[in-house]
Ligand binder design. Structure first.
Ligand code: C5P
Length: 296
């Protein structure tokens, strides 16, 4: 069986029996923490956007599960989100199939770009295609919320308003294509630690949350992230980085999710520093019946 979804390996793909998937990262353009939940999670009102950066996942049917990854720091045992996605797929569908997976990690972990979540969503999509199971997008989206709050978003078209823990996803019209820079410091940040530091005790009213969202979508409210302040408190060096990016003349500079990556919109000069990696990217979208195709 040959099912090819990658835009960048069409010739190689036609000669192999595996699926090669490129998968996107996400930016959080707007994130309001609404309240703390009794289970320790936080209710959010946020806008997620997929961008043209990503890892490459090669997946094939196999006699037993086998995982390899180019990044040795990433655990490839059962705790990895790819393993969890495969177990979830088998549990939900009753399918007994095993898979061989190779992950070419190109975007650093602990960046706030949803790399692990994207890996999991891509794995679920690939398992469904390779086994010809025909679970609906709605099913994959719903199941995926059981293993991570940010995974269902990747089953949207690429621009969505995400609420609940992040797992309630409502597609939004595509935003205009923005070119941007993603700036990743070598040091990462732990998502639970950033939420913990936030120490959120408020509870925003539904009216305020709706007004904020409407203002953002009409262009009146700037890009905004409630997790930026606690992240900068944990790593004050990131505050200095944000200041120097703003001094470079960019129109907007914001931490993505729980960090540590920033995205910079508009024109500007990037600082030179050995601990910084820069990625040029733009917004991308998925067509209804296929996976994201475009990575650099
Ligand atoms: O669901 P996920 O594994 O992505 O969440 C990682 C951690 O981030 C959680 O354990 C929790 O500490 C925090 N989190 C949160 N509220 C959310 C999403 C995540 O507090 N809406």
């Amino acid at each position: 069986m040959a099912v090819i979804f990658s835009a960048i390996f069409p010739i190689l793909g036609a000669l192999t029996l595996c699926c090669v998937y490129s998968h996107p990262q996400k930016l959080i353009l707007f994130l309001r923490v609404v309240s703390k939940r009794p289970d320790g999670y936080h209710h959010l009102s946020s806008i997620f956007q997929t961008i043209s950066l990503g890892d490459i996942l090669t997946i094939d049917l196999h006699a037993q599960d086998e995982f390899t990854c180019t990044d040795p720091s990433l655990s490839m045992n059962g705790s990895n989100l790819i393993s969890k996605a495969i177990s979830l797929f088998r549990y939900k569908t009753g399918c007994k199939q095993c898979f061989k997976v190779h992950l070419t990690k190109r975007i650093p972990i602990q960046a706030g770009l949803g790399g692990g979540s994207s890996n999991a969503a891509t794995t679920l999509w690939a398992c469904n295609q390779l086994t010809n199971t025909k679970a609906s997008i709605a099913d994959l989206k719903q199941w995926s919320g059981e293993i991570g709050s940010d995974i269902p978003f990747f089953f949207s078209h690429g621009t969505a308003h995400c609420t609940g823990r992040g797992e309630i996803v409502r597609d939004l019209p595509n935003l205009p294509i923005h070119s941007l820079w993603v700036v990743k410091p070598s040091k990462g940040l732990s998502t639970p630690e950033v939420y913990h530091r936030l120490n959120f005790t408020d509870s925003l009213s539904a009216k305020i949350v709706q007004e904020d969202l409407d203002s953002f979508l009409s262009g009146c409210l700037p890009y905004f992230n409630d997790l930026e302040k606690p992240a900068l408190e944990i790593e004050p060096e990131l505050y200095r980085l944000k200041t120097s990016l703003l001094k470079g003349g960019f129109e907007g500079v914001l931490m993505s999710g729980s960090g540590s990556a920033f995205f910079c919109l508009g024109q500007g000069v990037l600082p030179k520093h050995p601990h910084l990696t820069f990625f040029s990217a733009h917004y991308i979208h998925r067509s209804p019946s296929s996976w994201y195709k475009e990575v650099p």
